[in-house]
Design a protein around this ligand. Sequence first.
Ligand code: ZN
Length: 461
Amino acid sequence: MNKKYIFIITIALIIIILSFLILKKNIIFSIPNNYHAYIGLNEEINTEVTACYGNKILGCKNIKIDVDTIDTSKIGTYVVKYTAQYKGHKKQITSKISVIDKDKPVITTENEEIKICPNQTEYDMKYTAYDNIGGDITPKIIKKTFDDKIALLALDTSYNVTLKTIPIKKEDKEQPTITLKNGNSIAIPVNTTYNEPGYEALDNCDGNITDKVTITGNVDTSKPGNYEITYTVTDTSSNQTTVTRNINVYKMATNQVIYLTFDDGPSKYTSELLDILAKYNVKATFFVTGRNPSYNYNITRAYQEGHSIGLHTNTHNYSTIYSSIGAYFNDLNTISETVKNLTGEYSKLIRFPGGSSNTVSKITPGIMTSLSQLVTEKGYKYFDWNISSGDAEGKVLSSDNYAQNVIKSLGTNPYYVVLQHDTNANSVKAVSKIIEYGQAHGYRFEALNTNSPTTHHKISN
Ligand code: ZN
C-alpha cells in the first residue's frame, strides 16, 4: 500500500473514532463527580442536580435520579450518592455536602445609643451575644471603645461574624436643680434682719454647683411687703435654672383690734359676706333687723360660724321706734325673739338705728338719753362705732372707696368699731380689702361681745 492510502485510512479511522466518541450516548449529570457543596443547617439538599441521557450533539433527555437523604440538622460533612438509570445504563456519582452553621451570632445591647455627660469618661453598657450553636457567647465578645462609639464583635465557632456599633452621644440637656433651705416662702417681722437660709444646686453632669448660684433681689426689712429673691445657676452645658423665694416682711401683731360690724341685714348680700369672712377666718358682728325674713337663714349661719348677732330693732322705722320708750322695746323684743328662734340664744348686743347720737329721734325729746340708760339696766350693751365706711349715705360708692374710707381711718387706737351695712353690695365687696390691709398691718379682727369696748357716741337727744 502506498503512503497515500495509509494516510486516508488513518484519517478515516480518526473521524470514525471521534464520531463514535462524540455521538456516544451517556448518562450526564449536571454536577461533576465529587462535587463539594455547603449548605446551612436545616437547609434542603440542592435539588437542582439533574441527569440526562444522550450527548451534546444529538441532545440529552432528562432522566430521573435517586438522591440519598442526609440529616441536615447536624453539622458535618456527608457523602451523597446520586444514581441515574436509563435503559440498562446506570451511572452513579457522589458529592460531598457539608452542613455548616451560617447563622451569625446576635448581639443585644441595653440601648441603641449611649448618652453621656460631656465631661463623663466612664460609662457602662450591658450587652449579650447569643449564637444558635454556641448559646450564650457574651464572654467571647470583643469590645473596643472609641471616642464616639463602642464596637462589639462576636464570632462563633463557624466563623460567622457580627459587628455592632453603638454611637456615643455626649450631651447634657438636663437643667440643674436648686433646693432652697427653709422653703420657697419665708415670713419675717419688719425691722428684723433677713438672713439667707441657704440653698443647694445640683446638676446631673456637674454635680454640686452651689458655688455657681447667683442671687438677685433685695429685701427691705424696714417695709412690710412681699419681696422676691431669685437664685440662678447655669451648668457647663448652658442649662439654666431659676427659682425664687418669696419673703413676706410682716408687721408684728399689734394689740389693736378691728370689730367689723354690719347693720340692717340680713339681705341677699349676706351670704357673700359670710363667704368672705370665712375665707379670711375673720369673725364679725351683725346687727340684724326683721325687714328681710326670707334671708333669716343667714342669721343662723352667721351665728353658727362664730359671728356675733346683735339687735338693731325689727322695723328700723325711726318714726315708730323712737315714738315712745314702749314702742322701742316692743320692736326690740320682736327682733330679740326672732334671733332667739334662729340661734337658740337671746342677744344682749344692741345698736340703735342711727346710733345713740342720732337726732332723728327728736320727735320724742330726750328719748335717747332714757333708752341708753334703760337698755343698760335691762342687761343690754349698746354699741356705736368710731369708723364709718360711709356706705349708708345717699351716694353709692365703689368698693375701693368704701375700703379706703375704712383704711384711712385706721390708726393707733387700741380698737376700731367699723360700721358697714350688708345691704350694700359694694360695701360687702370692700370687706376683703379691709381685712387684707388690717391683717398685713398687725390688726386683729374680732366679733363684739358683752365685754367689748362699746365706743359710745355723745348722746344729743
Ligand atoms: Zn341701721
